[in-house]
Unconditional design. Structure first.
Lengths: 244, 244, 244, 244
């Protein structure tokens, strides 16, 4: 059965800025989705959803039909309705995977799942970034042979990144300007698997990069649901253990 | 310098139920505070705050003057104002320790810090509980010599406990009726240290128990602030690294 | 491509004790292997190896051809040659999965990978054990619908279990006699994934149990290698970063 | 009661190389010890031990009288007797803190405690290192106000560092030449706390640096023993739970 992926994009920059449109003419979501299709082929079915759609394109039935949700947001985090955030949150706890990209660190859904501020340092200088793999053997990086890969021009995201200690640290980034960043982190919340992956930018062609695409495909495979139904409600167990 | 502790209690049961008043005539907070004073003596200064006070007894200056906040709530989680929750949350991220007790698992502040539902199984059967220490060498249990301690009559709290994987697991509880529980868990959020400790009940004399009091004292010591100031804001670092 | 599993057994009890032979006439390894074949069918190819074979049945080419090694040892840990332990250790760091069963907690290979004593409490009373799932959504327990499963007659293994804090805690066991145990734990070592699973006994029919078999199958799937080649050697990198 | 610290040094380079003697005329251990005394004053009593002493200066009574052992080794790891390694190992599991410095990553004791190869990349280019604090609020960095500190000339140690996932990641280092490193890591083993801290070199004056000294002092405070006696032996518990 293919992994059912939904790529969510706030889809604003692409309509208002020519420099963004040049890199992502159909929207960032279209390039992320194309990368997943390219890497996963028949192993995934990929669709997208955007802020301007009814219920931001994420009504109940779409979420119920989604195994892994990718989240790109940047300038309009506050425009995302709390009701939709509640719904995405509930689905993550139920088992839906969530891959939060780049500026999504400040999204309502990521901050709610983390319980911290999620802020960081940043610098838009198109500088060199090296992503070091520090969890060899992790399924997300199963397709990599080298110790690191590089992005020639990247937005710097630097520590201190105000997140809880991640369950697994997969990537640490090095930036030419002097910073480091925990750029690939996993978190388990309820039955859901959450992966934060830092690279991404609206005018750098990050999601066209072959290595980035391999990471996103690995993340989709890893975050797909597994395991028992989520136990969300309080349960008053009146009867103690009966004899065998 | 003494650790400045504030014990918060919703303080409702004690006013309305005779069975609770019998065990906690001055309020649960008074017994928790007495236990801390007994164990920590001059190493701590302890005060309390309750739901019915203005701003629930937790205005800015009280929180600013608190190193470790203990939290007892049960029947009135929803009556806690969101503004106060915001304030406590911000102080935890800044470095204030937080010790969440028993039914506080369902409090607004704990659920916000965890990002999950925090629900669990429970049974009020006054059954036997054994708390096994699984993090030997942890400062919270520095005062214990044995592998476990017992509570003869306890409310069962059982797995699955819907929390993120704790940073450190200090206690696992065994219950006569067939359940286990991660009953002592630490979490780091921002600069703040959070400890969840499960034992407690409004009619069982849990906070009169000598071992429970030793755990609470260890928790106060461990959760007291340390480390660098918290970096909460996003920081746009325009200039890259200057040469040495 | 099927997962290549090798089940290792010291295979002594079965030859000398009639009570063991009654439950495991062909050896414990045969029943473990049969369970894996039953659960994984064509997704795994399963063979076995035993202490009395040359190089304990684990020469280089067998290990090189193994994705996941299951380890059963009990009475003869010290008879396992250090050279074979070195070889298994190296293969785990390279990426081979290792599933350590029951009394394998005291094996040379497990103790070497953990760096601790790995001792525990135990009691042979055929008592009731309940295994609670505390990592919902973990691939190892993907086939379970309930919060726990039971073994009617089990050997008690109890805390304190002298292991490093596990990377992931999947099961906590409850025993009728008053103990708890971290009975399903994962550890990452080098590129290899290690799973310790506590149930098992030479005269209780644990490996005939359907739920135990489902866990072992989940463990085989989870522990199969993934990720980049292991970087085992020190690397003197003479040249610093060249310009882009 | 002061923390009883023993600083161990293999003490070879200082005798044979003039360039090392220039920076550490009395031995690296003398400068590390002086830094601890400077920072901790009466809160610690500090002595040293070296490879050339009987039993490498670490007979039973010295270890029994040590709360925290600092370990510096570089060129002579293989000359450390296994019997002394066994003894240090046993004391760590019992509760003695261990702070492993720089090239001690390849020492017998560290590799035994980790269970992995512990190898890494390195480059002796006297390049700039920035140590980013990623665990704000951790006691080891309680004395720091800034997000990072720098060493102008340092030996590069880079990922992949072949260690188990640390329990807590306190520092990530950035190097001018393009590498990152998990340069401050904690590990719990038995009752003992282990801290690996990467900076250090025999000809760079790293242990004269004020910030490095503050880290070492914080490590001594943090690693000092606490908690219940270590449970090292297997325990056959014949009797199940007696009724209350």
């Amino acid at each position: 059965m293919p992994i059912r992926v939904t790529v969510w994009n706030e889809f604003l920059h692409e309509k208002t800025r020519a420099d963004v449109r040049r890199v992502y003419p159909e929207g960032i979501h279209a390039v992320i989705a194309a990368g997943l299709v390219e890497q996963l082929a028949g192993a995934a079915s990929v669709r997208s959803a955007t802020l301007d759609q009814p219920e931001h394109g994420l009504p109940y039935d779409v979420l119920a039909d989604t195994d892994v949700l990718f989240w790109w947001g940047h300038a309009a985090h506050e425009q995302v309705e709390d009701e939709v955030v509640d719904r995405v949150h509930a689905r993550v706890l139920e088992g839906m995977g969530l891959v939060v990209l780049h500026s999504g660190h400040a999204s309502k859904i990521f901050r709610r799942l983390m319980g911290t501020g999620c802020m960081l340092r940043w610098r838009e200088a198109g500088e060199r970034e090296r992503l070091w793999i520090v969890a060899p053997g992790h399924p997300i990086v199963a397709d990599f042979r080298d110790e690191y890969f590089e992005l020639a021009h990247s937005e710097m995201y630097g520590e201190l990144f105000d997140i809880p200690p991640p369950d697994e640290l997969v990537f640490i980034s090095w930036f030419a300007g002097g910073e480091v960043f925990r750029s690939g982190c996993t978190f388990r919340r309820g039955r859901g698997k959450v992966f934060y992956f830092a690279p991404g930018h609206e005018t750098y062609p990050i999601y066209h990069d072959a290595n980035v695409r391999r990471v996103l495909a690995g993340a989709a495979r890893w975050a797909a649901p597994s395991g028992p139904p989520h136990v969300a409600d309080a349960r008053n167990i009146k009867d103690p253990l009966e004899p065998v």
